[in-house]
Ligand binder design. Structure first.
Ligand SMILES: [Fe+2]
Length: 224
């Protein structure tokens, strides 16, 4: 087996799959007639839509644009899917607004179930899209770009992401990665991020990970 190639999608997609799981779980169990429950779900929905929008923008600007220059056919499917996904996203956001407009308990519960199914439908469309990107688009990227160029692409994604959005995305990515992927992510950030930003991510990780997992990060950084 040769050296593994640089993966551009896996970290961000693992975080998104974790967020999908969490939000579907919450959306299935909350009381849709409770304002507190709805407010809490609204916060996580807001994070989901921000994550989705930022990720789509990064893929378009930092990955698909350079790929299109070298292999125009390789980007067509993803660009079409991104348009469809944007439409599907508007549907579940609208269904959540419908829940908030209801005035009695029975209507809230009914609208809540319609929203829950809309969210589940969105996830069922998005999951195969991520697999296509990880298999087909990643394959095209490996064919047309070397690993140094792919790392540059990844750095341009980091630059293109607002710091507060990156911290929110990392909240879902860090627990979702295995220890080796996490170590790679931290090594990359230490090499490229300003020291205060790197320290902020270390603090975030300390709060999110178990003591053992955080020690693994620290010892990997010492070796790197
Ligand atoms: Fe993606």
């Amino acid at each position: 087996m040769g050296q593994p190639r640089f993966e551009i999608y896996i970290n961000v997609h693992k975080g998104l799959r974790y967020l999908f799981g969490q939000i579907l779980y919450q959306a299935g169990r909350i009381d849709y007639s409770s304002d507190t429950d709805l407010d809490n779900l609204a916060v996580q929905l807001d994070e989901l839509t921000t994550y989705l929008e930022d990720h789509a923008d990064n893929e378009k600007e930092c990955v698909l644009k350079p790929l299109e220059q070298r292999a125009p056919d390789a980007v067509k499917r993803d660009l079409e899917m991104h348009v469809q996904i944007e439409e599907e996203k508007k549907k579940f956001v609208a269904l959540f607004s419908e829940v908030r407009k209801q005035t009695n308990k029975e209507e809230c519960l009914n609208a809540g179930l319609v929203f829950y199914r809309g969210l589940a439908e969105f996830v069922s469309i998005y999951l195969p899209h991520m697999l296509e990107e990880e298999k087909d688009t990643m394959g095209a990227l490996w064919k047309h770009f070397n690993d140094g160029e792919l790392v540059e692409m990844f750095q341009s994604i980091l630059k293109n992401t607002r710091p507060e959005t990156l911290m929110m995305m990392l909240k879902y990515m860090l627990p979702a990665l295995n220890r080796y992927e996490r170590a790679g992510l931290f090594a990359g950030m230490r090499a490229s991020a300003p020291e205060p930003a790197f320290q902020a991510v270390m603090t975030l990780a300390k709060g999110l990970l178990s003591a053992e997992e955080f020690e693994q990060v620290e010892s990997a950084l010492k070796v790197a």
